[in-house]
Design a protein around this ligand. Structure first.
Ligand SMILES: [Zn+2]
Length: 272
């Protein structure tokens, strides 16, 4: 029996499994192995992709949370700006709001540097250091854009100086009363010489300059204080008058197309 089976088996082996069958079986095994490896690789890639997606989603969530937090912080800053203290960089004055101290003088005063600024009058204009540094940067970039110097015709004006201007007949819609002028903050400048908006903007080059300032001055933390009208800003439109108002406020006013007076009134009277 045993012998018969062996014989039968040997015969079958020789019939059913010739050399080619062994070869095919090897190919099949290799193919199966490759499939298995690919299967494993595919699943590990899926797992890697899933964890990458989760990581990206988490990062996006964290970025949004951070953005919201920054926005909130900015809003808190904007809501809590000091508009009242004379020495505050965001001190607000208008035709009916004056400085506390009639002869207020800050400590950090410097003369404007004249590298990229031209003074049409005396070659001597004082500003607070922070505003002067910002003005230097703005003047340099203005020069890069036009190869012209910014022309500063006025900066700090004392109570007595402003009084002199008023005594010479400058009307209330154009010149602030002494004690009520932004120029007494040591943070405001007048650029080029003009007395009305039309006169200023009728000159093509000044119109270009104004456009540049309008788009860029906020980056140097300057704001065109009187840009809407008497009823809004309490003075006529003055394209030449720029006031350093510090980074957050300058950006906020620019992004929301608000004037300083509008912001002040909104803050003090939400129904305004
Ligand atoms: Zn001015």
């Amino acid at each position: 029996m045993k012998c018969f089976f062996k014989l039968k088996y040997n015969r079958k082996w020789k019939e059913v499994y010739p050399k080619t069958s062994v070869f095919l079986l090897s190919i099949f095994l290799i193919y199966f192995l490759v499939l298995w490896v690919n299967f494993l690789r595919y699943h590990s890639e899926i797992r890697a992709n899933q964890s990458l997606i989760q990581k990206l989603e988490q990062e996006e969530l964290e970025r949004k949370e951070k953005e919201q937090e920054l926005l909130l912080q900015k809003q808190i800053l904007i809501n809590n700006l000091d508009l009242k203290t004379d020495s505050s960089l965001t001190k607000f004055v208008s035709s009916n709001i004056h400085f506390d101290d009639i002869s207020y003088i800050p400590e950090d005063l410097v003369n404007i540097s004249w590298d990229y600024i031209y003074d049409a009058k005396w070659g001597y204009q004082l500003l607070r250091k922070e505003a002067k540094d910002a003005l230097d940067k703005m003047a340099l970039d203005f020069y890069r854009a036009y190869e012209k110097k910014l022309v500063v015709v006025s900066s700090y004006r004392s109570y007595n100086y402003q009084k002199g201007i008023k005594n010479r007949g400058c009307p209330d819609n154009l010149c602030a009363k002494a004690w009520y002028s932004e120029h007494q903050s040591w943070l405001a400048i007048d650029l080029w010489e003009a007395t009305t908006k039309n006169q200023f903007l009728s000159k093509a080059y000044l119109k270009d300059y104004f456009e540049w300032l309008n788009n860029n001055a906020y980056k140097y933390w300057f704001h065109n204080t009187y840009q809407k009208w008497l009823e809004v800003d309490t003075y006529e439109i003055e394209p030449w008058h720029w006031r350093y108002v510090w980074v957050e406020l300058a950006t906020y006013l620019h992004e929301n197309s608000l004037t300083f007076a509008e912001y002040y009134n909104k803050k003090n009277n939400p129904k305004w």
